[in-house]
Design a protein around this ligand. Structure first.
Ligand code: ATP
Ligand code: MG
Length: 370
């Protein structure tokens, strides 16, 4: 998978940007608040249909009504063009090769992995952050998973509404039966896919961790099921547990069992990272996890996704930076890297350098030709 061209119109502070990328390392240099993250965000948005923005209107340049994003890319050697229009008032419009796509059909078309300083907080943040990471990874490889997950979450919402109605005397507890059966079936699909993905991630991430730490550290990634002891006969056990805790759920007005409560946990040499990890270990694990996410997507889809590295060069020490750049070059992974300083990159030139200034992006050659 690789992107050849990006055009942005009124996308945050990027009013009119058109870029040709190389199928190698693309470096975006600029001072703070110039538009580097906005550019990276646009590609991540095109791959997941979400970004750091909570509403589409935040993506539109202040004072404008709509923003347009066009991306030309190759997927399994076939050229595609994706166009997304986001608006301050209307629903988003998505075209893939001039055919309309529903927002939920977008995921899995243009795959990317984003690594930003926020990922360093993933280990200590709330379980929702870790689930989002895992779900983003699996959904890009499997649109079926994404559909199952959406259905799971819809059923949980509907079941929660019903629980509240029962609690307030507007419905009967027996009405839960139908929802419980449906939830058990879809929860099994979601949880078993997650267990499978975590198994693979665990192997890949440990290999990476050992390499980055010169074989001193072993990493393990564990999927923690909330309220279930085993993944055997999952749907059956799940339904039994749901029935068991029905009255607790009614009292709380919330479903206390399901994929929406599960978590990921990380251990370095057997010690829980969130409790005992040093800053350096958090960085190493974050890097190992991101690189294994790339490998996971390659093994599932047959090709590497794009890698988006926003501002992480300053977070890594020289050894890790070198290891990362070597890996990207060796594996020929198309990468977009933002940084404030050229010093993070080796002197000998590789890839392409762009400069980002006040919402304008120019490539180095253009700059010298002026
Ligand atoms: P840093 O190095 O600090 O991370 P950056 O180059 O990544 O900087 P961005 O996060 O891309 O900076 O933001 C650039 C600017 O875009 C910000 O100063 C912000 O005010 C501006 N901006 C954000 N959203 C919009 C919008 N909807 N319309 C216009 N400008 C916006
Ligand atoms: Mg930034």
């Amino acid at each position: 998978m690789h992107v050849t061209e990006i055009s942005l119109t009124d996308w945050r502070n990027l009013s009119a940007v058109k870029l040709s990328l190389v199928d190698a390392i693309n470096i975006f240099l600029g001072l703070n608040a110039q538009g580097k993250t906005n550019l990276i965000e646009s590609i991540n948005f095109a791959s997941l249909g979400r970004s750091r923005a909570s509403k589409d209107s935040e993506l539109v340049r202040w004072g404008k009504d709509s923003a347009l994003l066009r991306i030309k890319f190759f997927r399994r050697d076939i050229a595609h063009e994706l166009a997304i229009e986001v608006s301050t008032t209307k629903r988003r419009r998505i075209l893939l090769d001039a055919n309309p796509l529903k927002p939920r059909e977008l995921i899995g078309k243009l795959n990317s992995v984003l690594f930003s300083p926020e990922d360093l907080f993933m280990f200590k943040g709330s379980p929702a952050v870790r689930r989002k990471f895992l779900d983003g990874e699996i959904s890009q490889a499997s649109p079926v998973y994404y559909a199952d997950l959406s259905r799971h979450n819809r059923i949980v919402d509907q079941r929660n509404n019903l629980l509240k109605k029962i609690r307030d005397g507007f419905a009967r507890a027996a009405d839960l039966e139908l929802w419980d059966e449906q939830l058990a079936v879809v929860a099994e699909k979601v949880i078993s896919k997650r267990l499978d993905a975590v198994n693979k991630l665990n192997l890949l991430a440990n290999l990476m961790q050992r390499k980055i730490s010169s074989h001193k550290e072993n990493l393990s990634v564990v999927y923690e099921m909330h309220g279930l002891d085993s993944a055997e006969n999952l749907a059956e056990n799940f339904l039994a547990k749901l029935r068991e805790r029905r009255f607790i759920d009614i009292k709380r007005g919330a479903t206390g069992l399901g994929a929406h409560l599960d978590d990921l946990n990380f251990f370095v040499n057997g010690k829980e990272l969130k409790l005992f990890g040093s800053q350096g270990q958090l960085r190493t694990v974050a890097l190992a996890i991101k690189l294994s996410e790339l490998q996971f997507l390659k093994s599932e889809t047959g090709e590497y996704p794009l890698l988006l590295l926003d501002d992480v060069m300053s977070e890594l020490d020289a050894t890790r930076r070198e290891m990362l750049l070597d890996f990207l070059r060796r594996e020929k992974i198309q990468t977009l890297i933002t940084a404030t300083d050229r010093a993070y990159f080796p002197a000998k030139s590789f890839g392409k350098i762009f400069f980002v200034t006040a919402g304008n992006v120019v490539d180095e050659r253009e700059l010298f030709n002026r």
